[in-house]
Design a protein around this ligand. Structure first.
Ligand SMILES: Nc1ncnc2c1ncn2[C@@H]1O[C@H](COP(=O)(O)OP(=O)(O)OP(=O)(O)O)[C@@H](O)[C@H]1O
Ligand SMILES: [Mg+2]
Length: 570
């Protein structure tokens, strides 16, 4: 084999002209010796003197293959010495395996630009070398799209990593990575950047660890179990059933009874004088009224009815009265013990201080408007983000609350006819939309899937964060057109991301198990090209921190014993 090759042998008249003053005088050079449709092998040499050079061949670096008027950009994914031996005095030949990413070419207006994919394959013998900074910047340039800076490219800290907020949001995004790699911090950074360039954007963070209020002392309103009002009457049938029946075996009839009771109570609320006095005046003739209202059995798919219903209030005491009337009926429609147990269950929820957010002040509200104003920041008052602390809520209501909120987000965005853009940021998304369809809560899954599938048209967007992409519903992940993949240790999780990445840079994904904290491989619509990047460093007061309370910048106040007991009960 003809072996290389003193670097001097490659000094063509092209290269020195294009060399920038800042670049090292010696450039690692090689020649293409093999090529297939997407990859090439480069033969080069390393000597004892230059193995540590700044431009040495290393995995994960981009290199450039010179075609005269254009340059192919390729990524090093494998390296090995031609001989399994090392000579101290001679240059040691090595083979560098690269994958093509795209091409830097001159466009019609005379400017150089990068395009994904290649139009000309490199001939055998083409010269390869470390990519120029200018080309690297072109590779990561968003072109005509406006972008925000979120960090820098790993290969060259002088090149900003930019993302198009428009494309990232409107086609949804996901952020995945194993625990502690910096996902939540990256979310805080992305949201900061997003709201700074999208004044109409509102963000609702479903925050299971109560960590985001500390990240946005200036930009977010925190809603926790104490400040939250989500009246029970805003819950759709399935959502309410989830709250009412969770944690104990459900008798077959119970959801149907609940549906009928709620429909009757709602009908009473809508009656003139709200039904109360009327019922007393008319005496027992009205007792059968709930059953005569044509609401006795709604279709199993009550989606439509639920949407309409859930926007009008009803009273719990009407519901209790309806149950009592049902118990007293001569011809029983439902078993008495089932009716009684439903009443007991509703009464105990009503009395439980942990459920005050649903039952405590529910009938102070006549419409959903004040609730929407609180949750979705209308008016915004300079704080476009809502950190919704799910961590303090009883475990069995978290799913139902997430469902109500995501549903409202979609409905509000669509009703605003483009005036509001709403991003629902879902931490620990695998809990709500697990890959196993038997798990999770169907209405939450539906509400999030609806945003993912149709939200774009209405200005409702989804941001998904998970440590376990393998446990996340693949259809939701596939709707996320921009993905930030941080370190993933698990082979299955890596496989999921590998299959999600469609362009030629599949080799990049091989690094997923070894990239550092704060680093990510970003790919998809929101970025110019698949890029390995490092998120910018956040200041301490911009970092998410668990246990922080809203507005508490230091975020580390010792909680009171009462607080801790309350949290433990939750
Ligand atoms: N961009 C950043 N700037 C400054 N510090 C960071 C950044 N990213 C991560 N860190 C540091 O790393 C720690 C862990 O980050 P973070 O909580 O974001 O990880 P995570 O992936 O969300 O973890 P978990 O899986 O437990 O939720 C942070 O507390 C912070 O100290
Ligand atoms: Mg986190």
């Amino acid at each position: 084999m003809q072996l290389p090759l003193k670097n001097a042998a490659f000094q063509t008249d092209v290269l020195p002209d294009r060399r920038e003053a800042s670049q090292p005088p010696e450039r690692a050079l090689g020649r293409v010796i093999a090529c297939d449709g997407s990859r090439a092998t480069i033969l080069s040499a390393v000597s004892t003197g230059n193995w540590l050079a700044g431009d040495a061949w290393t995995i994960g670096r981009m290199v450039s293959i010179n075609l005269g008027s254009s340059r192919i950009v390729a990524l090093v994914y494998k390296l090995h010495a031609v001989e399994p031996a090392w000579s101290e005095s001679e240059e040691n030949p090595i083979q560098v395996e690269v994958e093509f990413l795209g091409e830097v070419l001159e466009s019609a207006d005379g400017r150089m630009r990068f395009q994904s994919g290649i139009s000309t394959f490199p001939p055998i013998g083409a010269i390869a070398h470390r990519i120029r900074s200018g080309d690297l910047a072109l590779v990561h340039d968003l072109g005509d799209r406006s972008g925000v800076e979120i960090g820098h490219v790993t290969q060259d800290a002088s090149i900003p990593a930019t993302v198009s907020v428009q494309d990232m949001l409107s086609r949804h995004f996901a952020l995945v990575g194993t625990t502690g790699v910096g996902k939540s911090s990256a979310v805080a950074l992305l949201l900061r950047r997003a709201v700074s360039v999208r004044p109409r954007l509102r963000v609702l963070i479903l925050d299971p660890h109560n960590e985001y209020s500390s990240a946005f002392p200036d930009l977010a309103l925190t809603i926790d179990g104490d400040s939250l009002d989500l009246p029970f009457w805003m819950f759709r049938q399935e959502e309410l059933a989830e709250v009412v029946f969770r944690g104990r075996a459900v008798l077959d009839d119970e959801p149907d009874i609940l549906r009928e009771v709620v429909a009757a109570a709602r009908a009473r609320y809508r009656m003139p004088g709200n039904g109360q006095e009327l019922a007393r005046d008319l005496g027992s003739s009205l007792l059968k009224r709930p059953l005569d209202l044509g609401v006795s059995r709604q279709p199993a798919d009550a989606t439509q009815a639920g949407t309409v219903d859930a926007s009008t209030p009803y009273r719990l005491k009407d519901a209790f009265a309806v149950i009592d009337e049902m118990i007293g009926l001569h011809e029983l429609r439902w078993p008495r013990h089932a009716l009684r147990s439903l009443k007991v269950r509703l009464e105990s929820l009503h009395a439980d201080p942990r459920y005050r957010f649903m039952f405590g002040r529910a009938n102070m509200y006549e419409t959903v408007a004040p609730i929407l104003a609180q949750v979705f920041r209308i008016p915004m008052h300079g704080r476009p983000i809502t950190a919704f602390q799910l961590g303090g809520l009883p475990g069995e209501v978290v799913n139902a609350v997430a469902s109500v909120l995501s549903r409202l987000a979609f409905d509000l965005a669509s009703a605003s006819q483009g005036a509001y853009e709403i991003l629902v940021l879902c931490e620990e998304a695998h809990r709500y939309v697990p890959s196993d369809t038997a798990l999770g809560f169907a209405p939450t899954r539906q509400a999030l899937a609806r945003i993912a599938k149709e939200g774009r048209k209405y200005g409702a967007y989804l941001g998904i964060v998970t440590q376990r992409p393998g446990e996340l519903d693949p259809t939701i992940l596939s709707q996320c057109s921009t993905v930030f993949a941080m370190r993933l240790a698990n082979e299955r999780d890596q496989q999921i991301i590998r299959s999600a990445i469609s362009d030629a840079s599949a080799s990049t994904i091989n690094f997923l198990s070894s990239i550092g904290n704060r680093e990510a491989i970003a790919f998809g619509e929101g970025v110019a090209t698949t890029m390995r990047m490092r998120f910018a460093e956040l200041k301490p007061h911009e970092l998410p921190a668990m246990g922080a309370r809203g507005g508490d910048v230091a975020g580390r106040l010792e909680p009171t014993l009462d607080d801790m007991v309350r949290r433990m009960r939750a």
